[in-house]
Design a protein around this ligand. Structure first.
Ligand SMILES: C[S@@+](CC[C@H](N)C(=O)[O-])C[C@H]1O[C@@H](n2cnc3c(N)ncnc32)[C@H](O)[C@@H]1O
Length: 451
């Protein structure tokens, strides 16, 4: 019994640069085209398209195999895809010009490949060569730094519809030789293309990094470029136990970049949080450290009876006001400048939100905050914390563990925390019915009810 009439495996194995492979021969473009054509023909329910690892036939790639027919294809190009979908996948007939049916030759090639791979692995092992994955991790900052610098200098916008290194250097007031080197690296990384002396944005770069594009994310990503400098102090922060004072002040647009970055994350998650918490019985919400206001805006839009109050530091309040006004919910969302750790929080709220807040603070600060939040809630009101939640042993998930270090280099006492820590702090502050609500993505909710 087959769950699908046809199951198509396409090799997308990636190998070190310079080593022949199906992906180096263009199998990802073939895969993309297959997916589009299968959908366009309405064959989704009949055909399962699956990527596969190496089949040992790299010299003949891109390679794919169709089951249960057992038909193998080689040297497949995107231009072949429409015929394969019509003839093989829809009509069940092989596309003879691309079929590879010399089973003894295929087997011999596969076996030879397997032996070569095993011999290479044994040789690397014997020579004590650093495994590829470790090597990549060590040098991972290089591509990251290239992209961050390109964003800082707004190189993708300067590239526009196509320009050479001198033109781009002139537009960003930088050195032409050095800019040429970065542009070539960006081409190698697949972020630009090059024809003769001219560079062009790839469709992805044009969409996400160029000013004027609807999906431009440059401003939010500049926050990552800002915190790069803090990450460079990680070694020293480990010696000190908290963030290292830095000579360089905050970048001029630091707060705006930060809030743009917060908005980028929050706008996707706000709907999930509203759905998970619901609005039944909720009239007044306090959004502590509300940032761009994305969560208050989403709650206000979900229920016209709701009033939300955002409390944030003075320099963030005008930025939040812009988002609130643009969303057309100013009548439901008010803003207050203040310090959530020291100021009176108010009283009678049905729901208090701490989205991406607790990681900024130490255990003691969070315990205190939870106690004061408890006092500010109406009877049976709820506290909802959304954050990265560490595993019980704290050694994962990767995003949460790395984010903890982000707080080490960026705050006095912040960190990521585990579910049991949040639960214990909430119970100690007088909350009951404490539970975790899983959300899609890297952060979850911990919710408690005021007793
Ligand atoms: C990581 S952002 C989260 C923003 C928002 N809750 C979200 O999830 O998008 C933290 C926010 O808390 C604010 N904040 C930090 N310390 C604060 C304090 N002591 N009092 C009030 N707001 C604070 C920051 O200005 C920032 O807007």
């Amino acid at each position: 019994m087959e769950p699908f009439r046809v199951h198509l495996f396409v090799c997308t194995q990636q190998k070190p640069e310079g080593v022949i492979s199906c992906s180096a021969n263009g199998s990802l473009a073939v895969l993309d085209q297959l997916d589009r054509e299968i959908q366009a023909r309405g064959l989704d329910g009949d055909v399962q398209l699956t990527t596969s690892g190496c089949m040992g036939l790299c010299d003949e790639g891109p390679v794919m195999v169709v089951y249960p027919a057992g038909v193998w294809y080689r040297h497949v190009q995107p231009s072949d895809v429409r015929e394969i979908v019509d003839v093989q996948l829809r009509d069940g007939q092989p596309v003879s010009r691309l079929v590879w049916n010399d089973a003894p030759a295929m087997k011999a090639m596969s076996v030879e490949h397997r032996q070569k791979v095993r011999a290479a692995m044994a040789a690397r092992e014997k020579a004590g060569v650093l495994p590829e994955g470790l090597d990549q991790m060590i040098r991972g900052y290089m591509p990251s730094r290239c992209l961050l610098t390109a964003l800082e200098l707004d190189i993708f916008t300067a590239t526009g519809d196509g320009a050479n290194a001198e033109q781009i250097a002139m537009r960003i007031h930088a050195n032409a030789r050095a800019v040429g080197m970065l542009l070539d690296a960006l081409v190698a990384l697949g972020l630009l293309s090059k024809s003769g002396d001219d560079y062009r944005n790839t469709p992805e770069s044009a969409r996400f990094f160029v000013q004027g594009s609807k999906d431009n994310q440059r401003n939010g990503l500049l926050h990552t470029a800002d915190i790069w400098h803090r990450w460079s102090t990680l070694t020293e922060a480990l010696r000190r136990g908290s963030r290292v004072p830095m000579d360089r002040g905050k970048a001029p647009d630091w707060t705006r970049n930060f809030i743009t970055a917060m908005q980028r994350n929050a706008k996707d998650r706000a709907g999930l949080v509203v759905k998970a918490l619901g609005t039944a019985g909720v009239r007044r919400i306090l959004d502590l450290g509300g940032g761009s206001g994305a969560y208050s805006i989403a709650f206000a839009k979900a229920s016209p009876d709701l009033q939300c109050e955002i409390l944030d530091v003075p320099e963030v309040v005008p930025l939040a006001a812009e988002y609130v006004s643009k969303a057309g919910v100013s009548a439901q969302v008010s803003l207050r400048a203040g310090d959530m750790l020291g100021d009176n929080l108010g009283s009678g709220y049905d729901l208090i939100l701490l989205n991406a807040i607790c990681h900024m603070f130490s255990e003691e600060q969070n315990r205190n905050l939870f106690r004061r939040v408890r006092q500010a809630l109406a009877p049976k009101g709820r506290l909802a914390v959304q954050d990265f939640i560490l595993n019980p042993d704290k050694a994962g998930p990767v995003r949460a563990a790395l984010f903890s270090l982000n707080m080490l280099v960026g705050t006095e006492g912040g960190a990521s925390y585990s579910e049991s820590e949040y639960t214990e702090w909430m119970k100690a502050a007088g909350f009951s019915e404490v539970r975790r609500i899983s959300l899609p993505g890297p952060t979850d909710l911990i919710v408690g009810r005021a007793e």
